[in-house]
Design a protein around this ligand. Structure first.
Ligand SMILES: *Cc1c(COP(=O)(O)O)cnc(C)c1O
Length: 416
């Protein structure tokens, strides 16, 4: 039996992840494998730590990736700090807030939540009031909710947590590298990023960072594995029960990401090459310019969508700049439209979860996918497919609106 070589079709990916990987990242991934203790490799590991600190805007010592998709980063942080019975408070404004609950619950947390309507964010003061009531050990919150296209302001919540000596954990999976995430300024104790969204690296790693407040909790649970522990290790064992996950045990991962290089898992070599190159691109572009670029393409997309006469689902101050949710016109075959975009144009946009399923499409403008030709193409494909399915839209305007936006921006730039 022979199997044909797999050649993926060419796509324009405009979903909230995974997005198109930067070609430079794909090239880096085809580099030869190095041993995980080879100094050529470990010095690259140190560079990844150093550059991740810049991307997270933190002075934290700990900044390294967890091998696994973004939720592995969420799980590593949560399982390393939660002990059974610990109170964890989670403000939920979409599907990924629910995910934090799911993970924390499995590690035995006593869960407290506050929910708001999907499509909205919380007034930070409401969250703070509830935190004062509950007095949790940990507050875990999502920054950019890709399920609803909203972004929660975090600084006031972070500050309140710090004042009350509560650990503040943030899912910044969708926002890192696309819009501001200021770990230190916002008093975030642990933040988790994603690769396949605004960093334009394939899915499979979760960069995290955390401070001494988290490290203290982790070290109290430290245990070095049988077979590699020395007699000194057995003397310095933490006084708290060990972390219940072996793979996600941050105390062990710290030893691996420190000069001791104590063996844990085998580092995902090619993924680390990818992350190294991905972050290099982010820092080369500059965070501020990168955020500006994401905003520009978001504007162009929004202008185009609105010119068609379609409504944007979340259009308030706290819209997530890297995801634009479009309301599906009444009576339209939503899956038909999306399939036509994919099959005829090779353009992918996302449907949605839970209560929003069938109500909105979600269009991402993230990382390498966030560029002019992609925005123009997704608008073309959307308009044509909607027209094909008989939607009552204003035809021929979207492209002109986006082109006008881009050319006037370009003229403004030329004039300086
Ligand atoms: C995509 C996403 C995740 C999950 O990431 P995986 O890489 O699929 O594990 C978590 N949180 C948010 C906010 C996301 O957008």
């Amino acid at each position: 039996m022979t199997i044909d070589q797999y050649l993926p079709p060419k796509r324009t990916i405009m979903t909230p992840g995974p997005v198109e990987a930067d070609p430079r990242v794909l090239r880096a991934m085809s580099s030869p494998i190095l041993g995980q203790f080879d100094p050529a490799f470990t010095s690259m590991m140190n560079e990844v730590m150093e550059s991740l600190r810049k991307v997270f805007r933190t002075n934290n010592h700990w900044a390294f990736p967890i091998d696994g998709t973004s939720r592995s980063g969420l799980e590593a942080v949560l399982c390393s700090i939660i002990q059974p019975g610990d109170k964890v408070f989670i403000p939920i404004f979409g599907r990924f807030g629910q995910l934090l609950t799911e993970i924390a619950e499995r590690y035995g947390a006593e869960i407290h939540t506050l929910e708001c309507e999907w499509g909205q964010v919380f007034d930070p003061q409401d969250v703070i009031n509830e935190i004062e009531n509950v007095k949790p050990k940990i507050v875990a919150a999502v920054h950019g909710e890709t399920s609803t296209g909203c972004m929660q302001p975090l600084k006031e919540i972070g500050k309140a947590c710090r004042n009350m000596n509560i650990l503040f954990v943030v899912d910044a999976v969708a926002t890192i590298g696309g819009t501001e995430v200021n770990v230190d300024e916002w008093f975030i104790d642990a933040a988790i990023g994603g690769t396949q969204k605004c960093l334009s690296v394939p899915s499979g790693m979760a960069p995290i960072t955390y401070n001494e407040r988290i490290e203290e909790v982790v070290n109290a649970r430290k245990k070095v594995e049988r077979g590699i522990a020395t007699s000194d290790d057995n003397k310095t064992k933490g006084n708290q029960p060990p972390i219940t996950s072996n793979y996600f045990d941050l105390s062990q991962l710290q030893d691996y990401w420190s000069p001791r290089r104590l063996n844990h898992h085998t580092e995902a070599t090619s993924m680390l090459y990818a992350l190294h190159e991905g972050i290099r691109i982010v820092l080369e572009e500059g965070l501020e310019y990168r955020f500006y670029r994401h905003q520009q393409h978001e504007q162009a997309l929004k202008t185009g969508v609105e010119s068609m006469g379609l409504a944007i689902y979340v259009n308030h101050q706290w819209k997530l700049p890297v995801v634009t949710c479009v309301e599906i016109p009444e009576g339209i075959n939503a899956d038909g439209v999306r399939q036509m975009m994919l099959n005829q144009f090779g353009v992918e946009i996302a449907s949605s979860f839970g209560p929003l399923h069938g109500k909105i499409w979600r269009i991402g403008t993230m990382g390498y996918s966030c560029r002019k030709e992609n925005v123009l193409f997704v608008l073309t494909a959307l308009e044509a497919s909607l027209s094909y399915y008989g939607a009552d839209i204003k035809k021929g305007r979207a492209m002109q609106a986006a082109l006008t936006f881009y050319t006037s921006e370009e003229t403004a730039k030329e004039r300086g």
